[in-house]
Design a protein around this ligand. Structure first.
Ligand code: GDP
Length: 348
């Protein structure tokens, strides 16, 4: 064999790599639910199998960094967790409650961790149990012609932005979209929505200011049926004089949609701003009770230390988180992946 001179390497350059698994961050293999999977497309693969998967997970992890610190900072600062020490369990409970996980979900997580007995890697175990509380990976039920998505939530939570991003993604996946602006109280919101609709190549159905929101929703469904479009997304008001008025109006919008199209709306997505923490959980409870929410979009995780709220929303209220907002760009609306989210929320 030829002797190596100074600076020469026995392997050709292409084979000379760091062993996989030894570089930081590779210990966990993200899955990243893809849009194809969320939309129930046959043979859809996880995003992690595409080049963008790792980048999307990094984006999620970065967005959850403040939440992760809020949730696990106190635990990490202490010495190793001792399952035999009551004080350690108390500290864990306090950390979870301070991290917006909520009393019932915290009690359930602690019960599950205690049942494990062995806890050498507390955070990894916590991530696994939190993923269980989230339930099955979500699907958007769009197998209808047309499918109707009603979008509800308090003003400022990110409804308009979410509808814009969602329309663009649906268009990328071959769905033709109609956006109906049934928030007839805010002229500026309608303009924004129209801009987003144009960008996404979606049809837009607007109205005169102060028009009946239910009539606009009806027109949106009507337009989609007449033109053979695949999906109608209906924006709604997020504030009225009283909460009872708002819920009555949303109920009317629902009734009118159902009257035009049997079984619709097929999805009612509630947009919740993650920075509002327990207030967001309260909103989810209210809307969930009043308007039959089928899924939650948790926005602004990138600016929030309260990403833990996803756990009580899913576990205590039984409302599946379907999408997360991790920034203002188009690709910053991601399908929710229970396992990856839990992992990014509690482990470094
Ligand atoms: P709406 O009143 O519910 O329709 O809320 P908008 O869609 O107008 O959003 C309110 C603000 O939140 C806008 O400035 C959006 O750009 C911003 N926003 C929405 N989603 C996100 C997100 O996931 N991350 C960040 N950083 N900002 C967001």
């Amino acid at each position: 064999m030829k002797e190596l001179g100074p600076g020469e390497c026995a392997l050709p350059a292409a084979e000379f790599r760091f062993p996989v698994g030894e570089t930081a961050g590779l210990a966990y293999a993200p899955r990243m639910r893809s849009w194809g999977e969320l939309l129930g497309e046959p043979d859809a693969a996880p995003a992690a199998e595409e080049e963008s998967g790792g980048r999307l997970f990094s984006r999620l992890r970065d967005s959850l960094s403040k939440s992760r610190r809020a949730l696990t900072g106190e635990l990490a600062a202490a010495a190793a967790f001792d399952p035999g020490d009551d004080a350690d369990w108390e500290r864990l409970e306090e950390a979870l409650i301070a991290g917006d996980v909520g009393v019932r979900a915290t009690a359930e997580l602690v019960r599950r961790l205690e049942a494990r007995g062995e806890l050498t890697d507390l955070n990894a175990a916590l991530a696994e149990e939190a993923a269980e509380l989230f339930g099955e990976p979500p699907v958007l039920d769009l197998a209808h012609e047309p499918a109707v998505i009603l979008v509800v939530g308090v003003n400022g939570t990110g409804k308009t932005t979410t509808i814009g991003k969602l329309s663009a993604r649906l268009a990328e996946h071959g769905r033709s979209v109609v956006v109906a602006a049934a928030d007839t109280y805010r002229a500026a919101a309608e303009e924004q929505l129209e801009i987003w609709a144009q960008r996404a190549g979606a049809d837009f159905v607007g109205s005169e200011r102060g028009a009946d929101p239910a009539a606009v929703a009806y027109d949106g469904v009507e337009a989609a049926v007449a033109r053979g479009r695949d999906v109608v997304i209906v924006d709604t008001a997020g504030r009225l004089h009283t909460q009872a008025n708002l819920m009555e109006e949303l109920a009317k919008v629902r009734r009118v949609i159902a009257g035009r199209l049997d079984g619709a709306p097929h999805e009612t997505l509630l947009v919740v701003d993650a920075t509002t923490g327990q207030n967001g959980v309260q909103q989810a409870r209210l809307f969930g009770d009043a308007v039959g929410v089928t899924g939650v979009v948790l926005t602004k995780l990138d600016g929030s230390a309260k990403g833990g709220v996803a756990i009580p929303i899913a576990y205590e209220l039984g409302l599946p988180v379907k999408l997360v907002g991790v920034g203002e760009a188009l690709e910053d609306l991601q399908p929710f992946d229970p396992r990856d989210y839990a992992r990014a929320l509690v482990t470094d």
